[in-house]
Design a protein around this ligand. Structure first.
Ligand code: ADP
Ligand code: MG
Length: 696
């Protein structure tokens, strides 16, 4: 058994009971687990202060001095022990509310102690409640270290397993493990990136000599973590490219015809660039796996269609899968215009398409006469068989799991179609590299010309009358309006009530206006019916919960009012705002909120008012919330990072990815001697993680 697999119960001071507790509370089983249980911060014990230097900005202070006297003050709950502590510059009070007996027994007046704690000011006097206190020894007199602080649970504390004890255990293990710590990165890489060795880093992440050393240790360990993730993703990509030949599509005659006769506008530079990238993939002979990111309204649909053309022009078929029925219908309606003009057959397949209508679709698909199929996950059903699926496009990736995505492309038995994943949720680069690091990435980072940026403003609830007045002018001018309410599951009942109250007060404020209401508790048909009425312009105001978040396209809607905007996440606010600004008219987004806002809500609302750029917004969101929350729990496994932080470590990630790429390019099988450290590390990761085994 490997040294680091040794159970924690075998370490001095632990034993079976404490080991069981550490397992249960912190999921720490082995030496290796504990050594990788990194402190979440360090307390600065690098220097000693003098009493007269103490001020109330200090989170902690470390002093050397003597207690001149003790005094017991108050009775009952208020009873406390005060120790009058002084050095040659002044005096302050040490205060204990608990453990008074212990203190009076152990701590002796007129003896030198090292005292550590948070100073509080009372008038012009300072005190430290429950300080850490140790006799001054030659060992601690020098100061000069950073004290690691570990997360422990209340249960552990109750059993006397605190941060201090963890630090002792870690130190024990470090003492006996030096010769077992294996270097996991090649020497040349360490030198090139100026990284600490693994041994140095593991030591310094717990017990650094200085802030610089701590930073260096963190950088090294973050680099390693991100490097191995990238190595795996890039390897997956390379293996797939090698294994899966792609059908070559290079007949561009059909494109020329489309561009000349049917393209209704000039493509933006970004659209052209992305089409070139995709075209290069599709004629390469390798299977394409590409993520297409573009903000709402950036024109992904036409890009998708042009790619479909390329495939259809060579006689193959293309499919587009959307996450909801409404979205699928909308895609279908948009694509149909182009397809029919070009004389290309196209069909829609969703859950609500009747059996009798399915049969001809299935047949046409199988005999190859149907060229483009648009739909929902109904496309994944058994009966759906393509004659030659050349391109599978998946819209709104994060609503489908990766498994579903691959189901679609496995619909061909002898070869895989090219795959294009489209998302309107801009993902920060660091996240994209980690979640989709096995895909190529294209970005449409430009909106079509002449688009008027949406004007966003923030209004407090107290200004509702003015807001209503503004809505009236818009409706009178022939526009339509969304009013969106939050609906969070935990407070569903209350939220639904707010929505209904809101609906009522809007009805009262706009007695002559036709209003739709849509929420998650309604039956699907009722929802679709109301949506359809709004799309057709029969109703002017749509009161809804976030069910309208995805994809609905009503170009005539020019105002998005978001109620209780402070309760929405940034990316959700941005998605909602994207529902307007789709037509020629100036559009508006109004964020309504109460007067009391948390600092995070303020940042979110401010960001929305400041910018329409989805990438900027997602970067801010990542910093506020962290990657797990940003992408929803379904993918958080991939983001379960031990030390790296995708919100902050973009630079390290970039370097790690570049290095991983270079190494795999020079040594795809990783069997050169200089990459031995990598090979061994993969072997050891493989034992614990499932992902590596897939690619070997
Ligand atoms: P999204 O990226 O959100 O899917 P769409 O593809 O729905 O965006 O495009 C939004 C609107 O912009 C559509 O009405 C589309 O016809 C139009 N559009 C797309 N590209 C251009 C362009 N280059 N110039 C002008 N309008 C464009
Ligand atoms: Mg779209």
């Amino acid at each position: 058994m490997a040294f680091f697999d040794t159970s924690l119960e075998f370490i001095k001071g632990v034993g079976p009971q404490r080991a069981a507790l550490l397992q249960k509370e912190l999921r720490l089983f082995t030496f290796g687990d504990l050594i990788q249980y990194y402190p979440f911060r360090h307390e600065d014990r690098t220097r000693f202060y003098k009493v007269k230097e103490v001020n109330d900005d200090m989170p902690y202070v470390q002093l050397i001095g003597k207690i001149t006297d003790f005094e017991l003050i108050g009775v009952g709950f208020k009873k406390r022990l005060v120790g009058y502590f002084e050095d040659e510059t002044g005096e302050l009070e040490l205060v204990w509310f608990q453990g008074i007996n212990w203190v009076t027994k152990k701590i002796k007046p007129n003896t030198s102690y090292v005292v550590f704690g948070k100073p509080n000011r009372f008038g012009n006097k300072f005190s430290i409640a429950h300080p850490e206190i140790e006799p001054l020894t030659p060992g601690n007199e020098r100061g000069g270290f950073l004290q690691p602080v570990y997360n422990v649970t209340e249960k552990l504390k109750a059993r006397h397993i605190d941060s201090k004890l963890i630090s002792k255990l870690v130190s024990e293990i470090l003492k006996i493990s030096q010769s077992h710590i294996r270097e996991t990165l090649p020497t040349s890489l360490l030198q090139k990136q100026k990284l600490l060795s693994k041994r140095e880093a593991v030591q310094a992440i717990h017990f650094p000599q200085s802030h610089e050393r701590l930073k260096a240790a963190q950088t090294r360990l973050k680099f390693e973590e991100l490097f191995y993730i990238q190595l795996r993703l890039i390897k997956m990509k390379l293996v797939r490219q090698e294994k899966f030949r792609g059908i070559v599509f290079n007949d561009t005659a059909i494109l020329t015809r489309f561009y000349k006769e049917y393209l209704p506008f000039d493509l933006t530079e970004a659209q052209k660039r992305v089409i070139r990238e995709i075209y290069t993939d599709m004629k390469s002979g390798k299977q394409m796996n590409r993520l297409l990111q573009g903000d709402v309204g950036s024109g992904k649909t036409i890009v998708a269609f042009i790619c479909m053309l390329l495939v259809v022009g060579s006689g193959a078929q293309a499919a587009l899968m959307a996450p909801t029925e409404i979205l699928a219908q909308q895609h279908y309606a948009n694509l149909k215009k182009f397809a029919e003009a070009m004389g290309i057959s196209i069909a829609l397949l969703t859950g609500s398409v009747k059996k009798s209508q399915r049969k001809p679709i299935h047949e046409a698909l199988e005999n190859g006469s149907l060229k483009i199929l648009v739909g929902t996950h109904a496309l994944l059903e058994e009966g759906v068989k393509f004659n030659q699926l050349g391109l599978a496009i998946v819209d709104e990736q994060h609503r489908f799991g990766v498994a579903q995505r691959s189901k679609l492309w496995q619909k061909n038995s002898d070869f895989y179609p090219h795959v294009l994943v489209m998302t309107a949720t801009p993902i920060p680069r660091t996240l994209a590299m980690t979640l989709y690091g096995d895909l190529e990435i294209s970005v449409i980072d430009e909106l079509p010309k002449g688009r008027k940026p949406i004007k966003t403003s923030h209004r407090f609830d107290s200004h509702r009358l003015q807001v209503n007045g503004f809505l009236k002018t818009q409706i009178d001018a022939g526009r339509q309006v969304y009013v969106v309410y939050p609906l969070i599951e935990e407070s569903e009942k209350l939220d639904l009530k707010h929505l209904m109250d809101g609906y009522e007060s809007i009805s009262r404020a706009f007695p002559d206006v036709a209003i739709s209401i849509v929420h998650g508790k309604m039956k699907a048909e009722a929802k679709d019916y109301e949506m359809a009425r709004f799309v057709k312009g029969e109703t002017k105001i749509m009161v809804a919960t976030t069910v309208i978040e995805v994809g609905v396209d009503v170009p005539n809607a020019s105002v998005m009012v978001i109620e209780s905007a402070e309760r929405f996440g940034l990316s959700q606010l941005h998605q909602l705002r994207g529902r307007v600004g789709r037509g020629a008219e100036q559009s508006y987004c109004i964020l309504m909120s109460g007067n009391k806002l948390s600092s995070d809500s303020k940042v979110r609302i401010h960001t929305m008012v400041q910018t329409n750029n989805g990438f900027e917004i997602s970067e801010t969101d990542l910093k506020l919330r962290g990657p797990g929350d940003l992408m929803g729990t379904q993918q958080s496994g991939a983001l379960d990072l031990l030390i790296a932080d995708l919100g902050k470590d973009g630079e390290i990630l970039k370097k790690a990815r570049e290095e991983a790429l270079q190494i795999l390019e020079n040594d795809p099988a990783l069997d050169k001697p200089e990459n031995r450290a990598i090979r061994m590390q993969i072997e050891s990761i493989k034992k614990t993680a499932v992902n590596w085994s897939r690619i070997s």
